[in-house]
Design a protein around this ligand. Structure first.
Ligand code: NAD
Length: 414
């Protein structure tokens, strides 16, 4: 049971998956554990995460753990057809193709839900929204859901507050072994890789504007600085704004930054961060890109609606001429640039993020009879287990507390 574009692409996808697997030692060790313990035996796992090599390997890890796996993408531009084909050849159920229409994308999500999944692996919350809205009869069969990203977590917390969340969820993004590395270093490096590959322009000497100084924004700004760019940060949170200032960046509102920037990167999880009003203030040829989850941070709809003309200037770059005669260049339709126009995070980063996913899903199954709360933070033991294995695979050791030190740190004198 699958819907993919072209099965003949499988050999190319297979090579990519093997490369990822070879550089994901923590996830591989978890896979070996799962092969022995089969925690997902008899269960159906639906996976909606950017469908590229690392995700494909995660899907295979669930299968090694005994699950029947139903996989789709979480963004129509990040799905790689060769990976979908390779997963199909490996015997998984895959519903996805690159460049799907909104209807096709929703249909593919629905295909993963119609089977009645017990565990859901979500990235941005699309599977979760759909199952609650369109398949309420399947909700009782869901043991729980693991959410990969900040935006999905915002949606889950809103649902829980409204009393609408039907099953327990694990906030994978909020695990230390996820956001400290994935959001900061993964996004930091892969966003610049994608901009570099797409534009073939230099960052050094340019004025870069980063909107949002959360975990992802910090990484993007840090790497921009390392590449020699001058960096302006825009924020709405005064604490984050001060943090950006102390880290050596200039902070100002987007309206003031708009005429100054050469490259703009939004990474807020919010909408309407760069509007037509801002774009009309920009220099000729300003480059606009988004690294946040949805393509609503740069007002793509307004560009499509109000630009005088548009033309493809390079693969994945569309130039829009505005009513003031100047033009702006938008990368990847304003979808998250590192996946829409790149291969996503470096493999070693996803080794840790997906290790959190795998162990969180196992945790849900292990505690399924204990009526877990609806919102669950990933337990510290999972973070520590992954960190220890990662250090080990990196060939590094750390000190251990002596009994005396342990006592010193955990006692008090009144
Ligand atoms: N591209 C990727 O690979 C990738 C990876 C991880 C997360 N994400 C996505 O990136 C986004 C940010 O994630 P994060 O973990 O950094 O979140 P975060 O909550 O740590 O940071 C977001 C920051 O944006 C700021 N912000 C919100 N609205 C703003 C606005 N209108 N203008 C300026 N700043 C604003 C917030 O104050 C906050 O500091 C989310 O959508 C997340 O899902 C993308």
């Amino acid at each position: 049971m699958s819907e993919i574009r072209d099965v003949s692409l499988a050999p190319a996808g297979e090579k990519k998956i093997r490369w990822a697997e070879a550089h994901m030692p923590v996830l591989k060790s978890i896979c070996e554990d799962f092969e022995k313990t089969k925690p997902f035996a008899g269960l159906k796992v639906a996976v909606s995460v950017h469908l590229e090599a690392k995700t494909a390997y995660l899907a295979c890890v669930f299968r090694a753990g005994g699950a029947e796996v139903y996989a789709t993408g979480s963004n129509v531009l990040s799905t790689q057809d060769d990976i979908a084909a390779a997963l199909f050849e490996r015997g998984l159920n895959v519903f996805a193709w690159h460049g799907a229409t909104e209807e096709e994308y929703t249909h593919h999500l629905a295909c993963c839900l119609e089977v009645g999944p017990n565990i859901i692996i979500d990235d941005g919350g699309d599977l979760n929204q759909l199952i609650h809205k369109q398949f309420p009869e399947l909700l009782p069969g869901v043991i729980g859901l693991c959410e990969e990203t900040t935006t999905g977590i915002i949606r889950l917390k809103a649902m829980e507050k409204a009393g609408k969340l039907a099953f327990p969820v694990m906030l994978v993004n909020d695990a230390q072994m996820k956001h400290l590395f994935d959001n900061r270093y993964g996004t930091g490096q892969s966003v610049w890789n994608a901009i570099d590959k797409t534009t073939n322009l230099i960052a050094a000497g340019k004025q870069v504007v980063v909107a949002g100084y959360g975990w992802c924004g910090k990484g993007v700004a840090m790497r921009a600085k390392g590449l020699g760019a001058r960096v302006i940060v825009t924020e709405v949170d005064p604490v984050k704004a001060i943090e950006a200032v102390m880290d050596g960046f200039t902070v100002m509102p987007m309206k003031e930054a708009a005429p100054l920037g050469d490259i703009f990167i939004t990474v807020t999880g919010c909408k309407g961060v760069i509007t037509m009003e801002h774009m009309l203030l920009m220099k000729e040829g300003a480059i606009l890109t988004n690294a946040g989850h949805f393509n609503v941070e740069v007002d793509y709809a307004a560009l499509e609606r109000e630009a005088v003309s548009k033309e493809t200037r390079r693969e994945n770059i569309v130039g829009y001429t505005l009513k003031n005669g100047r033009s702006v260049n938008l990368i990847g339709e304003g979808r998250l640039v590192n996946l829409a126009a790149g291969d996503g995070h470096p493999v070693e980063i996803m080794d840790m993020s997906f290790a959190v996913q795998a162990l969180s899903a196992e945790y849900l199954v292990r505690h399924k009879d204990e009526s877990l709360p609806k919102i669950n933070y990933v337990p510290a033991e999972i973070d520590e287990k992954i960190a220890e294995r990662k250090l080990n695979f990196m060939g590094m050791q750390i000190d251990r507390l002596t009994d005396e030190q342990d006592l010193y740190l955990h006692s008090f004198d009144l």
